[in-house]
Design a protein around this ligand. Sequence first.
Ligand code: PEP
Ligand code: MN
Length: 359
Amino acid sequence: MENNKELGTWLNKFGLNHPLVIAGPCSAETEEQVLKIAHQLKDTDTNVLRAGIWKPRTRPGNFEGVGALGLKWLQKAKEETGLLTTTEVANANHVELALKHDVDILWIGARTTVSPFIVQDIADALKGTNKTVLIKNPVNPDLALWLGAVERFYTQDVKNLGVIHRGFSTYEKTRYRNNPEWQIAVDLQNEFPDLPLILDPSHIAGRRDIIFDLCQTALDLNYDGLMVETHFDPDNAWSDAAQQITPAALDQITRDLRIRKTSSNESEFNNKLNTLRTKIDVVDHQIIDQIGKRMAIADQIGILKKDNNVSILQAKRWNEILGKMILQGEEKNLSEEFVLKVFKAIHQESIQHQKNVAK
Ligand code: PEP
Ligand code: MN
């Protein structure tokens, strides 16, 4: 798939001076719930109402969605509020029903994007459609798989495409429900600058207190839109309760966000600078995170050495590490002097950690 400006035109038609905002509940629960949320969102920056009708759940026994019935509620919400609508489709039958009920935008869920067979079936069912299709990143951090799904739609002549970044699952528990791995989305953006990129902070966060920060990072990285789970009574939502926010909270977030897209020369410079700075921030976070992980391993080594009465400083092992790192540093254009300084500091901290646990 060559980079094609055609890819972004559906978004330009909105003529927005702010990012596209998609909002609504994780799941459609009742007709009243969908309509109430839609009306509360009508007077915010929201352009598109989202609601899951068929819910892919990690474990059986959780609420699995109201099914096709919910499509009528979305249709009614559109009639009453003028908001466009979107829902997740996970097979060809969902596609047929969603098209029949005039859903405007279809999204492909993270658990679907991982499966080329299913993606192909959905792409075949949508062949030549004018509808917009948004493709969430796969649950695993694999850019090629994500792009592969985009290509399957593109080659079926689905040209109104976009991608949604919803983070990647990890076994290890972090502050996120799904790790953002911003670099993957940034790489995708660099490769296809005209493919609209939307952030789903809700599924990255898994909790509501960091939604704003995630949205701001996305805008600083020049994302084109946001998809935020919104419910009038988040705590009692039937799915993903911890991460949903009220329409009023969303309204406040969109007011507080710094939107940097303007066209004057000076602002363009500032935009570029800010984007680059945000990229640096992302890498800095990764550096601290990785050093933290290294020290946690050093703690384990400290305990092991203590239990076996082995001394903390092992000069031979340390010289081997330094040699390897200097060579690797050369490949990345880092001077020997710099690599030595960094690793000396890391080593000292590591020894301190081992001493602390060996006390
Ligand atoms: C959702 O948007 O409610 C959803 C199920 O998302 P994901 O596919 O990102 O898990
Ligand atoms: Mn959800």
